[in-house]
Design a protein around this ligand. Structure first.
Ligand code: AMO
Length: 439
């Protein structure tokens, strides 16, 4: 192999400015059509694709080879991008030594639940990521992260990264992964909840973190994974739950606007549409939401507990029909359904908590937090949690803490719903579920 460096390389997107001259491109072979005398080969690089025209008597590269091709660039309306290269020299830099299980170009179609087998796609993730469809999700995710980052920084939030090896759980119901930590057992963090609260209690006041969160849940559904990316937000002195919901509403609208101006290519490839949110996102008390979807008014003796997945779908249909919004906030969940750090309302059976449901799926949860150490201790005791293991967290409150609150959004669920993907796994690079830790 004689790799010459890429000094003489030109990116495919720049070929249109040098029509009728000679150039060298480097990239990957994604399609080959042998028409007898001549062959058409598609080569892609990070900037686009180019059709090569080559004499079929020459030894042709095989699919997925990495090539360096030199030739004359000409305009041709019939070529996929309006230009093509008449190859004078083609060097194969690297070619597959193993048979491909599938041709990644065959995945260049919108993602549908009855599409190619999802397990095969993830078994050969390195290959499926070579398709335009899967790469476009990666690019859109990168733009989404930029939009989130810009949004929070422009509102005085400081980005933090906290440890993912922790001494205990924070999120009640969901399970913990154990890790051997020298002579002790440690756990993978379910959420940065306690750390973000600790930071919001400092004069920084406003923080956000985008990082991994681990849940040892045995679910096998289209909306659960065991490692997800959590977008965590925490702020001191919020003007109640409404300010937290306002911030989240502005964030979602900002993300949709940013993606719609930067990612039309991806949206086109996926043949999808970003969610519609005209005007305000409606905000419903859980009891109201339950009554809308079941037709039965919850009572004091039989209060609403939560929404089922079917009810989450129904409440979004209602929001679209009545408010032109594919998103809806549901708030005021009962104490029994929220973690120990959640502040109660004047009605002590309800909490100052909320979920955002987008296109039928809960994508985030948030609340005003308890900042009184006595109340916090009482909650921990009531829930049978180990106060000792949370002593350094409790000290944050014992040393005085401002009122504060925040929320956490699952990045992959957000992507799943923004792009209408049939399974959360398509929004992950390398999904982790009950049956998969490879690749
Ligand atoms: P919660 O446990 O509701 O709240 O999680 C917040 C959001 O994280 C995402 N999520 C998941 N995504 C994919 N697979 C999973 N198994 C999974 N579990 C959770 C969801 C969910 O809405 N500390 C609180 C947040 C807060 O109050 O600030 C928390 O973690 O999108």
């Amino acid at each position: 192999m004689k790799w010459q460096g890429d000094k003489d390389r030109i990116l495919i997107k720049d070929l249109k400015s040098i029509i009728d001259s000679s150039a060298t491109i480097r990239g990957r072979v994604t399609e080959i059509r042998d028409l007898g005398g001549i062959s058409f080969i598609i080569v892609v690089d990070r900037s686009g694709l180019c059709q090569l025209v080559i004499d079929s008597r020459q030894k042709l590269p095989v699919l997925q080879s990495i090539v360096a091709c030199t030739g004359r660039i000409t305009a041709n309306e019939k070529a996929p991008t309006g230009i093509e290269m008449y190859v004078e020299d083609l060097e194969v830099v690297s070619s597959p030594e193993k048979e491909l299980p599938f041709n990644p170009a065959r995945l260049n179609t919108p993602i549908r639940s009855d599409g190619p087998n999802i397990e095969t796609l993830f078994n050969y993730r390195g290959l499926s990521l070579r398709s335009a469809t899967h790469q476009s999700i990666v690019k859109l995710t990168s733009e989404l992260l930029r939009a989130i980052d810009d949004f929070f920084r422009s509102r005085d939030f400081v980005e933090i990264k906290t440890s993912k090896i922790v001494g205990g759980g924070t999120e009640g119901g969901s399970g913990l992964f154990e890790v051997k930590y020298f002579e002790r057992v440690a756990y993978l963090a379910q959420s940065p909840q306690l750390y973000k609260q600790t930071l919001a209690a400092t004069p920084l006041e406003r923080v956000f973190e985008i990082g991994p969160a681990f849940r040892a849940e045995k679910h096998a559904t289209i909306r659960h994974i065991n490692e997800f990316t959590s977008i965590d937000v925490e702020m001191a002195f919020p003007q109640g739950m409404d300010e937290l919901m306002d911030i989240q509403e502005d964030l979602i609208k900002h993300c949709i606007a940013h993606l719609s101006s930067t990612c039309q290519d991806t949206i086109g490839i996926l043949e999808t549409e970003l969610p519609k949110i005209d005007g305000d996102i409606p905000r419903l008390d859980l009891d109201q939401a339950k009554e809308i979807v079941t037709g039965v008014k919850p009572t004091r003796s039989k209060p609403a507990q939560d929404l089922t997945p079917e009810e989450e779908h129904k409440i979004c249909q209602w929001a679209l029909q009545h408010h032109n919004s594919e998103a809806v906030f549901v708030h005021s969940f009962p104490v029994s359904k929220r973690p120990f750090y959640t502040m109660r309302q004047e009605n002590p059976r309800k909490t100052q908590s909320f979920d955002l449901i987008l296109r039928g799926l809960e994508i985030s949860s948030g609340s005003i937090r308890v900042h009184d150490p006595k109340l916090l201790k009482a909650n921990l005791e009531k829930q049978g949690l180990n106060i000792e293991s949370l002593s350094s967290y409790l000290e944050v409150f014992q040393f005085a803490c401002p009122p504060h609150g925040g929320f956490g959004i699952g990045l992959e669920r957000l992507l799943q719903k923004l792009l209408n993907l049939p399974n959360i796994r398509y929004a992950c690079l390398f999904p982790r579920d009950r049956n998969r830790i490879e690749p």
